[in-house]
Design a protein around this ligand. Sequence first.
Ligand SMILES: Nc1nc2c(c(=O)[nH]1)N[C@H]1C(S)=C(S)[C@@H](COP(=O)(O)OP(=O)(O)OC[C@H]3O[C@@H](n4cnc5c(=O)[nH]c(N)nc54)[C@H](O)[C@@H]3O)O[C@H]1N2
Ligand SMILES: Nc1nc2c(c(=O)[nH]1)N[C@H]1C(S)=C(S)[C@@H](COP(=O)(O)OP(=O)(O)OC[C@H]3O[C@@H](n4cnc5c(=O)[nH]c(N)nc54)[C@H](O)[C@@H]3O)O[C@H]1N2
Ligand SMILES: [Mo]
Length: 764
Amino acid sequence: MSTKKTNAQPPEKFTGIKLTEIPQKAVGTTAIKSALKHVISETGIGKTIGLLKNINQTDGFDCPGCAWPDPDEKRAFLAEYCENGAKAIAEEATKNKVSPMFFATHSVQELSEWSDYEIGKSGRITAPMFLKENATHYEEISWDNAFSLIGKELNKLNSPDEAIFYTSGRTSNEAAYLYQLFVRQFGTNNLPDCSNMCHESSGSGLSQTLGIGKGSVTLDDFNHADLVIVIGQNPGTNHPRMLTALGETKKNGGKIMTINPLPEVGLMNYVDPQNPIKWFGSGQKLTDQFLQVKINGDVALLKIIMKLMKQKEEEQPGTVFNHEFIKNQTHGFDELMNDLDSYSIDELLPQTGLTLPEIKKASELIINNDNIIICWAMGLTQHKNGVDNIREVVNLLLLKGSIGKKGAGTCPVRGHSNVQGDRTMGIWEKPKLPFLNALEKEFNFNAPKKHGYDVVEAIEAMHKGKAKVFLGMGGNFISATPDTEFTADALRNCDLTVHVSTKLNRSHLIHGKKALILPCLGRSEKDLQDNIEQFVSVENSMGVVHQSKGHLKPCSSLLLSEPKIVAGIAEHTLKNSEIKWSELTSNYDLIRDKIEATIKGFDNYNERVRKKGGFYLPNNARKADFSPTSTGKANFTLNQASDIELRENQFILMTIRTHDQYNTTIYGLHDRYRGIMNERRVVLMNPEDMKTHNLKKMDKVDLISHYKGEERIARQFLVIPYSIPRNCTATYFPEANVLVPIKSKARISNTPASKGVIISIKKV
Ligand SMILES: Nc1nc2c(c(=O)[nH]1)N[C@H]1C(S)=C(S)[C@@H](COP(=O)(O)OP(=O)(O)OC[C@H]3O[C@@H](n4cnc5c(=O)[nH]c(N)nc54)[C@H](O)[C@@H]3O)O[C@H]1N2
Ligand SMILES: Nc1nc2c(c(=O)[nH]1)N[C@H]1C(S)=C(S)[C@@H](COP(=O)(O)OP(=O)(O)OC[C@H]3O[C@@H](n4cnc5c(=O)[nH]c(N)nc54)[C@H](O)[C@@H]3O)O[C@H]1N2
Ligand SMILES: [Mo]
């Protein structure tokens, strides 16, 4: 039971809400204005154009905003960015600095009382900083002393498994590869990453069914799709450039179906960001059919759709299912058909919150179209049955034979710009043996085979005192993870917490007995090693590996690149490493040679990564080759619908992003596309539910989550009536993370169920 409140949570202060009309369209002139205003105010007018013109150009840097791919060929000046990409860049290129003087002026306690918005706005960290045991303020420390301290603490541990090495998804391929290599030479697979809280359910579900944990489509497939289904995703805010691809689908005669508890503006109507003439127009209708599903009603909905398909197939054999594909390429079809018979539509329907005619219309759209792409993000993965959600999506595609051909397939839309690449580089707590064997052979050491901790297990281990050193390569662990107060206790238990970061965040303030902040170069900054400009490489959501090269002068001469920081730690920690860490990190081509030698798909890495647009990694599902699965075929699976049972006065809560944040980095206080301005402490409710619970617009409430008799509380939220299904509510991450119980997570993938929290609402 955790009803306490410490500074691990953002302050419970209101900021002055204003409600506006919900805009009719996404992107367009308001978005451009908002982006420019943000970039100019953060970086100054001089830097703005230089910055924007280099985003996502083949010789520029990869936008740190999201992992949506860039066109392989044509890229327009100023076009391959979006409002939120521009904001992400502005955050990094900000002129504000967090210097040693800043830390001397503000104590850790004082900073922890600031809001996340204020913490983020304070700027870029300019020097390595150390918080001594029982000290009140961080003090500057030399790099050498910082590395020695880490080495000393790591070598003091009883076992390498007492250290945790977290990664967020911005880390480049080169840095990630070296990092996992160092961690494995140190002797552990404790490499949890943000993916554990993100698309882990996609990886688990896709590997089992299709033999690859990544999506199968390319950007070009959107030009050839008959139907694109966007389920559990809000691209207007989180992947705005995806709207262009959806626009292309429409232009070519395809249809869009949206399945979401909220009518997200970007999906309903949009303006092509790459066509300035249209910015002033009223926008284009994007979604052809919108299914306003209840939170976690997706498996029930997909089951009804498949039952209706089966019915039609029985009435008119050969008109619905792709029998040839099913026979030659799949396994488990009969079991799926029998399983579908065991459910009745009547029992499934209430979970969806939809009417049968609506679902019939959706099933017709699916029946009548053969090239189908399904896109999804956190609305599917962050549920107790997150893996079931993904596998049910695969079932639907397999019945239609809609995978491994043009205009069709799976599209899990990744979050962080290199989260997919980090996995490819071996950032994983459950590495496969062939990969470990390749490392052992290349670097002559014994790699640990025992699986390490994922995010949830890492928190539990630190909480129990089984892990004592935490190192974060990027990210903001305390704010991104579930069960904020539990996780805070876990971090406070550590002997040492270390963060490699660009900007100040709450994880620097909720710390172990000792703490270090190691400031690194950002994506947009020039990386000089031995006086030669280096570039790094990243992999986008569709498996294209390409280079990223910053052009700006680093915000401080004391910053090191992430590869250099890994090298420094490794040299001060490992006693018997045969690797020449300094040499490897003085010329990143040498790191890429090692990647080529140990990871499949990177032949001629240094040559191919220099080609405009980079290269595609191999993808078996794209070629309709499912041989890597356990049966050698694509697997149909039997999946569980939601088991959430609400008692009287209970609601399901999903914790989502506003239009003005990048995960835990709060750019601003507006959620423009939802008409909620200048306030984050809101809870969106169905107006009928408000009536029956005697709540009025702007009432102040506390949110209490319920899990197996335990209660957790987040105080001070304002009730906002919104178009959302009955018994469903929404609020923002990270304010509500305190409500997500550490034990409430997806089966198999262990992803925290941040979209399926059971709450009650108490008026205060
Ligand atoms: N500007 C910006 N861009 C970002 C990010 C950011 O914070 N800001 N974050 C990045 C990262 S790491 C990620 S993972 C992605 C996240 O991208 P999204 O997954 O789009 O982000 P969320 O805000 O979590 O939105 C989830 C969507 O799923 C819907 N949803 C919730 N529960 C359910 C459900 O049970 N069923 C269905 N069908 N829908 C549901 C919500 O209404 C919402 O529209 O974006 C990446 N890009
Ligand atoms: N309740 C709830 N919780 C969630 C989610 C949710 O939807 N609901 N979403 C989950 C998801 S999808 C994700 S991916 C995680 C995100 O979890 P994280 O990846 O841990 O969090 P971020 O907020 O993306 O990390 C931001 C910090 O990264 C640092 N940073 C930025 N750029 C760089 C860089 O180039 N190098 C380095 N070293 N550091 C850098 C900055 O210091 C910044 O403060 O949160 C998860 N948590
Ligand atoms: Mo994510």
